[in-house]
Design a binder for this molecule. Structure first.
Ligand SMILES: Cc1cc2nc3c(=O)[nH]c(=O)nc-3n(C[C@H](O)[C@H](O)[C@H](O)COP(=O)(O)OP(=O)(O)OC[C@H]3O[C@@H](n4cnc5c(N)ncnc54)[C@H](O)[C@@H]3O)c2cc1C
Length: 456
């Protein structure tokens, strides 16, 4: 036994949990603790009283029941791409060891354990010409991403990741392992798709794949001095873009470091991201107008296999101390662009590394076959601001951007781009909130799930 009989922080006998589970239990001071709790976003302190690295679904059952018995709360973590500030918890259950991946090529669907990142499914599906609705980087966890809606680089063609879910296996806050489908526990099927880790800890998920062996796309880079001209062109061009195209723009201030192409490092640049899911010839024709918008400093838009999907958004892979802020916008006009560039454009000492605007609409806007707790279908654009948390002023500057965007802010936040407990409630409309609260009362009556408590 390596665990003290009681954790000094909460006087909870975590040794009892260790005896009940196959996975590793560690408390602060244990040499395995730091590695087990470490999130991708290293700016968020994740310091629970104990961590369980669950070995299987039964370990998760034991953990949730243990938490209920001892009156403590639980939070799941897969990769730590989305830990929420102030939601440090008594017991963290990490799911990395729940790592099964099965692709059913004939029927076009896949099953993944809760610890699996998108890359594994992308690689397993690619030989069959199939692809999942993964996000901007395949290093993100499938379950966390999908339960927050899942807005990916093909969203205007295929919709959200939640729209492809077939089944979810979850240990709800009452400590019961359930298989949830549109017909078995339909209220949970609604709530888990959009409600993130509010109701329980998911152990596995099953979802449809799309036939997409290749795509035409990538990122096209301009000098920051041309940002206003390029954004103006992008606005007109993307207005007419068919649903086969999904696009976003991003102002980058990339550091001069290994892995960053020299022509992009240490300066303000603007990237136009593009994915065309139809034929490469037509996708290239559509994109010609953007190539002609201003002098191009790097052109990485081409016909590619789906396994190259991370080249579209060029997100960072290594753990990052990120400060993030986001909103959805009802519109993005020339005036919106001016307001944004006044704080982030050329000649402004913006401390942000990335300021991104994704165009939504298309299949994203249409409700999926089964209702879900995702409440932002009517958003026209999403805005995401990312800076390095240690840089002085980064938080206030992000706040200033959101304030400047107020005339266009609307609807409900995307659950995946919601970064504090206070913001979380804003991700849902009144009816969805009422349904989520009822589901929490039914399936987590003792309030064991840490995040469910933020609903009040
Ligand atoms: C670089 C980067 C790129 C991103 N790109 C996109 C994007 O393109 N589109 C998009 O929609 N989002 C995107 N996101 C947001 C991301 O989808 C969310 O942060 C998501 O929650 C990450 O899930 P995770 O498991 O990797 O992270 P974690 O921090 O491990 O989990 C975050 C939250 O997900 C929930 N969760 C995780 N595991 C479980 C489980 N087993 N059961 C129940 N709930 C669980 C919990 O609420 C948990 O607190 C991005 C984030 C980053 C940092």
């Amino acid at each position: 036994m390596t665990i003290a009989q009681t954790s000094p922080a909460y006087a909870v006998p975590f040794a009892e949990l260790d005896a009940l589970t196959i996975g590793t239990v560690a408390v602060p001071g244990d040499k395995r603790y730091d590695a087990l709790v470490a999130p991708w976003n290293v700016a968020i302190p994740v310091r629970p009283a104990a961590v369980l690295a669950a070995h299987d679904a039964q370990d998760v059952v034991e953990a949730v029941q243990f938490a209920a018995r001892h009156g403590i709360r639980v939070t799941p973590q897969a990769t730590g791409h989305g830990p929420m500030a102030d939601l440090t918890t008594e017991l963290l259950v990490t799911t990395k060891e729940l790592d099964e991946v099965v692709v059913h090529p004939e029927e076009g669907w896949a099953r993944a354990g809760a610890g699996v990142k998108w890359l594994r499914v992308v690689e397993a599906a690619a030989p069959y010409g199939l692809a999942p609705l993964s996000g901007s980087i395949t290093d993100v966890g499938i379950v966390g991403y999908t339960t927050g809606g899942g807005l990916g680089p093909m969203a205007r063609t295929y919709g959200l990741a939640i729209d492809k879910v077939r089944a979810i296996e979850v240990v709800t806050g009452d400590g019961v392992l359930r298989r949830v489908t549109p017909t078995e526990y339909p209220e949970l099927f609604f709530a888990l798709r959009g409600g993130k880790g509010m109701l329980g800890i998911i152990t596995a998920i099953e979802f449809d794949l799309v036939h997409q062996p290749r795509f035409y796309g990538g990122s096209l880079w301009f000098d920051g001095d041309d940002a206003a001209t390029v954004i103006e062109r992008w606005l007109h061009w993307s207005d007419d873009l068919p649903e086969l195209g999904t696009t976003s723009i991003a102002l980058f201030q990339l550091p001069d470091m290994e892995g960053v192409p020299p022509m992009l490092a240490g300066r303000l640049t603007l990237s136009v991201r593009y994915v065309w899911t139809g034929s490469a010839e037509v996708g290239e024709r559509w994109f010609a107008a953007m190539r002609a918008a201003a002098p191009v400093i790097l052109d990485d838009v081409a016909d590619k296999p789906y396994t190259a999907i991370d080249s579209v958004h060029t997100d960072p892979l290594d753990p990052t101390p990120a400060h993030e802020a986001g909103e959805v916008l009802t519109d993005f006009t020339a005036e919106t662009a001016d307001a944004l560039l006044a704080l982030t454009g050329p000649g402004v000492a913006s401390p942000q590394i990335l300021v991104e605007v994704r165009q939504l609409g298309g299949a994203f806007a249409r409700p999926g076959e089964h209702p879900s707790a995702f409440a932002s279908r009517d958003a026209a654009y999403s805005l995401l601001v990312v800076g390095i948390a240690e840089i002085p002023g980064v938080e206030d500057h992000a706040e200033a951007i959101l304030t400047a965007m107020q005339p266009w802010v609307g609807g409900h936040r995307l659950p995946n781009f919601t970064f504090t407990p206070e913001e979380y409630v804003d991700a849902y409309d009144e009816v969805t909130l009422a349904r989520l609260r009822r589901a929490v009362r039914t399936y987590d009556p003792d309030g064991v799930m840490r995040i469910g408590g933020v609903l009040g």
